[in-house]
Write a protein that binds this ligand. Structure first.
Ligand SMILES: NC(=O)c1ccc[n+]([C@@H]2O[C@H](COP(=O)([O-])OP(=O)(O)OC[C@H]3O[C@@H](n4cnc5c(N)ncnc54)[C@H](OP(=O)(O)O)[C@@H]3O)[C@@H](O)[C@H]2O)c1
Length: 248
């Protein structure tokens, strides 16, 4: 039976991806900072483990407890919407620690077993903002663009060992807790000089009625990235992300 380890399963894309792989017969190691047993239907193929991707001991413990895994999905992430002048260096570091270095650390932690078995897939979830710059997202976009570059280079060195690395690139998904989590963790103290720009950005977000991304789009894209060896390196997830990828 195949096993997948997914980071950030307490909500949103990670939770939906865990559900999808469980429904399709995989063994799922659903990791969360604060483990909860009420989010996923009980199954003897489900393990729920604590994992904070910014904590090296937590990573070592989770990877050891998970046992052999065939696929790693680096989904855990935090958002940050502000003008750069309103972003503290602590906040910038937290975004990079989670989105970028957390992804790198998790990947390093599973590679020895993948290499020993000459098999395995790493799927990194980034964002379509890396394909089209948007206002007030400089630090977040940089953290995800770094993961795009990391993954594309890493894929080359892993290929001779039979290991694949792929990117899933979601569009905007207001249905997840992402915006609320970002506001709760990072605040939204936009400097006065940027208030007019911010007002336009927020009005634009509220009026946006075009294509969006659903958690199920991301789960399907991760499924394809994991199970289809011919899957392209960059897989947009969601109608908006697909349209952006075509235009870029
Ligand atoms: N929603 C969007 O519009 C959107 C668009 C493009 C890309 N993305 C990306 O998609 C991924 C999933 O986002 P989502 O929309 O599903 O948001 P979400 O509902 O906020 O889920 C994010 C998950 O990451 C976890 N997490 C945060 N920091 C962590 C850490 N240090 N260690 C372990 N887990 C951590 C959260 O856990 P806690 O519950 O403990 O905070 C949560 O489970 C993120 O990487 C995000 O950047 C989101």
């Amino acid at each position: 039976m195949n096993t997948i380890l997914i980071t950030g399963c307490s909500s949103g894309f990670g939770l939906e991806t865990a559900r999808t792989f469980l429904e399709r017969g995989w063994r799922v190691v659903a990791t969360m900072r604060g483990p909860r047993s009420d989010l996923l239907a009980p199954s003897d193929r489900l393990s729920i483990l604590p994992l904070d991707v910014t904590d090296h001991d937590s990573i070592d413990r989770a990877v050891a407890a998970a046992g052999p895994v065939d696929a790693l999905v680096n989904n855990a992430g935090v958002g940050l919407l502000n003008a750069l002048e309103g972003v503290s260096m602590d906040a910038a570091r937290e975004v990079f620690e989670t989105n970028t270095l957390g992804t790198i650390a998790m990947t390093r932690a599973v590679l020895p077993q993948f290499r020993a078995r000459r098999a395995g897939v790493v799927v990194n979830v980034t964002s379509s903002v890396t394909q089209r710059p948007l206002h007030l997202l400089s630090v977040y976009t940089a953290s995800k663009a770094a993961v795009n570059a990391f993954t594309e280079s890493l894929a080359l060195e892993l290929e001779p060992f039979g290991i694949r690395a792929r990117l899933v690139i979601p569009g905007r998904a207001p249905e997840t807790a992402f915006g609320a989590n970002a506001r709760a963790r990072m605040g939204m103290d936009i400097p006065e000089a940027y208030a007019a720009v911010a007002a336009k950005v927020f009005a634009g977000i509220q009026q946006a009625d075009g294509d969006l991304t659903r958690s199920s789009d991301v789960a399907e894209a991760v499924w394809r990235a994991v199970t289809d060896p011919s899957c392209p390196m960059r897989l947009p997830a969601g109608a908006d992300a697909v349209a952006w990828a075509k235009a870029s």
